[in-house]
Design a protein around this ligand. Sequence first.
Ligand code: NI
Length: 145
Amino acid sequence: MSGLIRFGVSLDEALLKKFDVYIKENKYQSRSEALRDLIRKDLIKKEWTSGENVTGIINIVYTHGIRALMAKLTDIQHKNHHLIISTQHIHLTHDDCLEVIIAKGSSVRIINLAAELKSLKGVKYGDLSMAGSVKSSKNHKGERR
Ligand code: NI
């Protein structure tokens, strides 16, 4: 693992003020920590737009009373068994279920899988969280604030 490298960043005052507000709102401990996360976020976005192998978390909320929907959801997931590494089903309320599907593979395929699941009639909510594999230390030891 490589060590920390310090470098200076020049920002105009107005942008720095906005950045400090962002840091406060997101409860970052330091400007460096916030900057690192923003860089990682952008690199992850790049991975997702370039069709690379990524990990995504798909959340869907649906009514379990619709049997045809349950069958469709299962069919789609089995069709994509090579992509899906884990699923968790939570009985959210009397009527609704939350399913968390973790998929690993081509970003294009994961985006398509999420779109297919979200668009089904009876799915009330759907979301794809784009997780990343950017290798960078989260260790802040030795960092000055
Ligand atoms: Ni359920």
